[in-house]
Design a protein around this ligand. Structure first.
Ligand code: PLP
Length: 442
């Protein structure tokens, strides 16, 4: 019996990817797919970036790996410097890992250890939001609010509580101002902290722009500032999960810069390695680092491949492309064009309820009824049909069934490479519109 690998679906027959060129992936039959979602918001530089490839070759010629228990490396130190240089105020230290879930696990453990070191051992509770995804390892899964992902593993998960997301399309009531809506949903955090007992609450974790579970849903202006104030009032740490929305995806290196908020910790991954290497990072405030440094001097955590030289070299080259080659303003400009093209092609579509997002991070929500916003019957699996139809027309996009009012609804997440051209934006939107219509009649 040959030892075939298996993925999330044990039955799916997938095409073999054999090459990549700019914004396109190429399969073994020579078919080209426009990568409209960078896989899962990963490939922010496309698939054949010369500078990143050259940096990887150069690093491999020097050193592939040195264990962080024994050595640090120029590549890892340079990466930490650059990430902190660009980070929101107060963020001073970097803990390198290999992906998003690892970054979130590290954040939860660092929060717990911080409170032990400063003499507040009762703090252990985590509050997060429904309709959020923070990873698939057990701590990160416990933090995430997606019931479908959590359900069968619930006996294994640490206790967390979930408040409402900031989801204007479905959450804001008629006549309610955007500001009042933001205040109302942020207020749920304060109520939950008080319900649990502030002295027991360790951290609140949220994605500034919600990705996989909701389809590029940004918080309304002022919401995150309010959340920051509430955390400060109760001594609760604010962890912003930018694994998907960070690293320039929204047009700013850290999405929270646009909200004017400095968290205590930030998690990043995906775009940091841009798919050239697996890498993630946890960034934390100087205050958290200092408490541990002055206390035990040892963060009780670690993974074999943390700070891997090849991954750090790739990330340095990716950051240099994003920051030194003018890609942030480009993301903002191309993002506006993508938004305009989506609105023009799909804005009046009878089954498109909402088009939203920031930068090159956009979401299209499908509804059965535009007036009532009623989602499609989940049994129809519209999102899965859109994915298949899109691949048939040569488009990679990231459709998902989110959780809407306790039911699963459908959206398509778009996160194309930052180098996407105007023509490619046109192609993306054309192919997406075709795929949606084919999926609706399938
Ligand atoms: N956090 C967020 C916001 C994510 O979107 C993801 C992945 O989609 C993760 C964490 C987990 O990252 P990884 O799949 O690299 O473990």
């Amino acid at each position: 019996m040959p030892g075939h690998i298996f993925g999330r679906s044990t039955r799916a027959k997938l095409p073999f990817a054999v090459g990549g060129e700019g914004c396109y992936l190429i399969d073994a039959q020579g078919r080209r797919y426009l990568d409209g979602s960078g896989g899962a918001a990963v490939s922010c530089l496309g698939h054949s970036d010369e500078k990143v490839c050259a940096a990887l070759h150069a690093q491999l010629d020097r050193l592939a790996f040195a264990h962080t228990g024994f050595f640090t490396t120029e590549a890892a130190e340079a990466l930490a410097d650059r990430l902190v240089e660009e980070a929101p105020e107060g963020i001073e230290r970097v803990y390198l890992v290999s992906g998003g879930s690892e970054a979130v696990e590290a954040a939860l453990k660092l929060a717990r250890q911080y409170f032990l070191e400063i003499g507040q051992p009762a703090r252990h509770r985590v509050i997060a939001r429904r309709q959020s995804y923070h990873g698939n390892t057990l701590g990160a899964l416990a933090a995430g609010g997606n019931e479908w992902r959590r359900a069968q593993f619930s006996p294994l998960l640490i206790e967390t509580s979930h408040i409402s997301p900031c989801y204007e399309y479905r959450g804001r009531e008629e006549g309610e101002s955007v500001e009042a809506y933001g205040r109302r949903v942020a207020g749920e955090l304060e109520a939950e902290i008080n319900r649990l007992g502030p002295e027991t609450v360790m951290a609140f974790i949220a994605e500034p722009v919600v990705g996989a579970t909701a389809g590029a849903v940004p918080a309304v202006p002022g919401y995150l500032k309010r959340i920051r104030e509430i955390c400060d009032r109760h001594g609760v740490l604010l962890i912003l999960d930018e694994v998907m929305c960070g690293m320039g995806r929204t047009g700013h290196l850290y999405a929270c810069l646009e909200d004017g908020v400095s968290p205590d910790m930030i998690t990043i991954a995906k775009g940091l390695g841009a798919g050239y290497q697996p890498i993630g990072a946890l960034l934390c405030s100087g205050a958290i680092f200092d408490a541990i440094d002055r206390g035990s001097g040892f963060f009780q955590h670690g993974h074999t491949y943390m700070g891997h030289s090849m991954a750090a070299a790739a990330a340095n080259a990716v950051l240099s492309r994003i920051l030194d080659d003018g890609l942030l303003p480009r993301v903002r400009a191309q993002g506006q064009k993508l938004d305009a093209a989506l609105r023009s092609r799909l804005g009046q579509h009878p089954h498109v309820g909402d088009i939203r997002g920031r930068g090159l991070f956009r979401g299209v929500e499908l509804v059965e009824n535009r007036e009532t916003k009623a989602p499609f019957d989940p049994a129809r699996r519209l999102h899965a049909r859109i994915k298949t139809a899109a691949m048939e027309v040569g488009l990679i996009c990231y459709p998902m069934g989110g959780t809407i009012d306790g039911r699963r609804g459908d959206h398509v997440l778009l996160a194309p490479p930052f180098i996407i051209s105007d023509d490619e934006i046109g192609e993306l939107v054309d192919k997406l519109a075709i795929a949606i219509d084919r999926a609706l009649v399938a």
